[in-house]
Design a protein around this ligand. Structure first.
Ligand code: ATP
Length: 318
């Protein structure tokens, strides 16, 4: 695997050598420019993730060592799959962070651990809007986790069947989310639902139709409306445009940017498509076999990718 010379420094950014033990090659993380870093240090992150891991299998002494080489993400000794391995990142208020990587690199698992759809094996997640970031949310009771799901995070799944009840009306889908966060006013739920569906361009006459009767793009937009219904400070978006045709994709991407402008929501956007990340993300990290192999400002990643895998991804865009 080709590595980049240590003298190659991006304008205003520092390239930090790191050993990629999994690939046996040198990898460098591209850190944000000093001015961005200084600004960020003054702010408190909305979400801080440290050492997050998720494995499938019992593990063994060999793969307990984070430096142990694996066969992709699988332990050659015991067969445990390390879907997410020791991932760290921070998400700041109003920021969009992209997570890019090929199929099976661990992107969805990472997001599902944050949303408690899956149980993380280890790690820490601190969430400022919940309790000032005082406690590791992975260690909270199931009741508190439910509260976080209902008040802090809005989730949009790649597969709308996971995020919507296809036989309920679109308004009922939104109302269900609002009830989960404690709203009991039918008139408020109706007016808020209509407002949100209008904002995501679902015609008013379709508000009482079930999403089963909608196109893929419309279903994604109803999911987005539902995810926004409790005014969550953080949106988690998993491959929201995959499978949509190009013009519908463009509408959904515009909508996401508009939501950021209007509501200043922080977003974690998972995609295997660097084109989507390019449009949306301020910062990006690249995952391969469960690990983060490169991270930095999206422009830097696109203009001067450091890792051979990222280079391959970027050049495939050209
Ligand atoms: N229940 C499971 N049991 C065993 N392995 C699993 C399980 N769920 C996921 N994995 C493995 O975890 C790894 C990461 O999967 P994940 O779905 O997070 O990848 P991804 O990057 O989101 O891929 P895609 O873009 O295709 O959705 C894969 O190797 C997958 O096979």
């Amino acid at each position: 695997m080709e590595t980049v010379s240590a003298s190659c420094v991006i304008e205003g950014a520092t390239a930090v050598p790191r050993q990629d033990r999994h690939q046996g090659a040198s990898v460098r993380l591209v850190q944000p420019r000093a001015s961005v870093r200084a600004k960020r240090m003054e702010e408190t992150p909305c979400v801080s993730v440290a050492g997050l891991s998720r494995s499938f299998g019992a593990g063994c002494d060999y793969c307990a060592d984070p430096a142990a080489p694996l066969e992709r993400n699988r332990c050659p000794k015991c067969g445990t799959v390390h879907a997410v391995r020791n991932v760290d990142f921070e998400l700041y208020p109003g920021e969009i962070v992209g997570v890019v990587g090929e199929s099976g690199s661990g992107k969805s698992t990472l997001m599902q651990c944050m949303y408690f759809d899956q149980e993380a094996s280890s790690g820490e997640i601190l969430v400022q809007p919940y309790d000032g970031g005082a406690r590791n949310i992975l260690e909270l009771s199931s009741q508190e986790k439910r509260r976080i799901r209902n008040t802090v995070f809005g989730m949009v799944y790649q597969n709308p069947y996971l995020g919507l009840r296809m036989d309920y009306s679109s308004l009922s889908n939104i109302a269900e989310q609002m009830i989960a966060s404690g709203d009991r006013s039918v008139s408020h739920m109706r007016s808020r639902g209509e407002e949100l569906l209008g904002q995501v361009n679902i015609p008013a006459v379709r508000a009482t139709d079930p999403p089963r009767t909608f196109s893929g793009g419309m279903q994604q937009r109803v999911q987005i409306a539902k995810a926004l219904s409790n005014n969550p400070p953080v949106l988690l978006l998993d491959e929201v445009t995959t499978g949509l045709d190009l013009s519908v994709q463009a509408n959904v991407l515009d909508l996401i940017l508009q939501i950021r402008r209007d509501f200043n929501v922080s977003m974690l956007v998972v995609s295997h498509d660097l084109g989507v990340i390019r449009m949306l993300a301020d910062r990006t990290f690249v995952m391969l076999d469960g690990r983060v192999i490169e991270e930095g400002l999206t422009d830097q990643i696109l203009e001067d990718p450091q890792h051979a895998y990222t280079q391959q991804l970027v050049y495939s865009l050209l």
